[in-house]
Design a protein around this ligand. Structure first.
Ligand SMILES: Nc1nc2c(ncn2[C@@H]2O[C@H](COP(=O)(O)OP(=O)(O)OP(=O)(O)O)[C@@H](O)[C@H]2O)c(=O)[nH]1
Ligand SMILES: [Mg+2]
Ligand SMILES: [Zn+2]
Length: 354
């Protein structure tokens, strides 16, 4: 058994997952990681078995497996038996009018938020991605590409570090093999990364550098994705030279804000802290007396543009969440979610449980 869990670690298996499986169940099943989701089934892999298996249905959108998930398979039939709790999950509102939740990726450890050291550098976009990372409970790493083309890389670094307290930032040339060394702490054995960033920042270039292969086109040409339908023939998870996994799906590239209130507040901790010092708890930071937010703008400690971006994200989130909330009220998803969050919080605050 020790031997098996050791090999499983190559795929990202950790004590977090092991702790969810009793000894008897562990003997009767095979844990396997979902590498790709297709209409007719799931591609899974683990040390002794890999292949296409039937999908696993669940009562709620969030109970269905997505890329990166861990499943327990029947040892003989390889039918999926159970989906394990996730350390993190990216989701968005599904296309179409009924606004269901669509899962994009699970069990990602680090999100590479990519931007370039040129005119593409856009604080609003970076903050949006950081909010997504916070909401998914994934550690963001800001990767600033094209450092080789910039006159003053430190200037970009400084502007970026103002976006989120304690934000991790790396600057690199995505084409250069040294990029793999720079990113090694996040790409080692069993670690899972995903990346986001606008067209041309060097995502495909970095994927090729980190995998040591030409797995993706880097011509900067948009792939032809007819509305809502994706002809993804490739795998969704790539093995990295350093031993980790890179999760790359069309969904990851199209992530939008959906129900990310906590994520937005996480990125704008400084603004949130200010709002808590306003004299009125329902302060709109407009003409109210004793407004700490306006005071901070006046004394120069808060960038008014940052406040604007915060409000825009909040408004966008309020719109998205209201429809999700309606859906949740109908289903039993909400109770489950609360339970999951509480469980996760407990696990985080008490490492002894893991
Ligand atoms: N000088 C320099 N060029 C880079 C760097 N990263 C990427 N490029 C170039 O920028 C162009 C676009 O890179 P891609 O990797 O295709 O960008 P992408 O993010 O995958 O773009 P989309 O697939 O359109 O989303 C290519 O010509 C790369 O060679 C870098 O760090 N430095
Ligand atoms: Mg690309
Ligand atoms: Zn105020």
């Amino acid at each position: 058994m020790t031997h098996q869990t050791d090999d499983l670690a190559d795929y990202g298996w950790t004590p977090f997952f092991q702790s969810q499986v009793g000894i008897d169940e562990f003997d009767a099943t095979l844990p396997a990681r979902v590498l790709a989701v297709h209409r007719g089934g799931l591609d899974v892999a683990q040390p002794a078995f890999s292949g296409r298996i039937a999908t696993l249905d669940g009562p709620d959108d969030e109970d269905r497996p997505t890329v990166g998930d861990w499943l327990l398979l029947d040892r003989t039939t390889h039918m999926p038996r159970r989906l394990l709790d996730r350390t993190s999950v990216f989701k968005r509102k599904a296309a179409g009018s009924d606004r269901r939740v669509q899962l994009i990726a699970a069990n990602v450890d680090t999100l590479f938020v990519m931007s370039s050291c040129n005119q593409d550098f856009n604080p609003a976009r970076i903050e949006r991605y950081l909010a997504l990372a916070h909401e998914a409970e994934v550690t963001p790493l800001l990767v600033l590409t094209k450092a080789d083309l910039a006159d003053d890389v430190d200037d970009y670094r400084q502007r970026a570090s103002a976006l989120s307290p304690g934000l991790l930032i790396e600057t690199l040339d995505a084409r250069d093999g040294h990029a793999a060394e720079t990113l090694l702490p996040w790409c080692g054995r069993g670690q899972t990364v995903a990346l986001v960033g606008s067209s041309g920042v060097g995502k495909s270039t970095l994927v090729n550098t980190l995998t040591g292969q030409d797995v993706q086109d880097t011509k900067g040409i948009r792939e032809d994705d007819a509305k809502g339908r994706h002809t993804t023939t490739g795998r969704s998870m790539h093995r990295l030279s350093a031993g980790g996994w890179l999760l790359d799906t069309p969904g990851m590239r199209e992530l939008q804000l959906a129900d990310v209130a906590a994520g937005v507040d996480g990125v704008f901790e400084d603004v949130v802290a200010l709002t808590q010092s306003c004299r009125f708890t329902d302060c709109r930071h407009e003409t109210e007396p004793g407004c700490a937010v306006r005071a901070a703008i006046e004394d120069g400690s808060l960038d008014p543009d940052r406040l604007k971006r915060y409000r825009k994200l909040q408004a966008e989130d309020a719109f998205n969440s209201s429809t999700l909330a309606e859906r949740r009220a109908r289903g039993r998803a909400f109770g489950r979610m609360v339970k999951d969050v509480m469980k996760h919080k407990r696990a985080l605050s008490d490492p002894g449980l893991d």
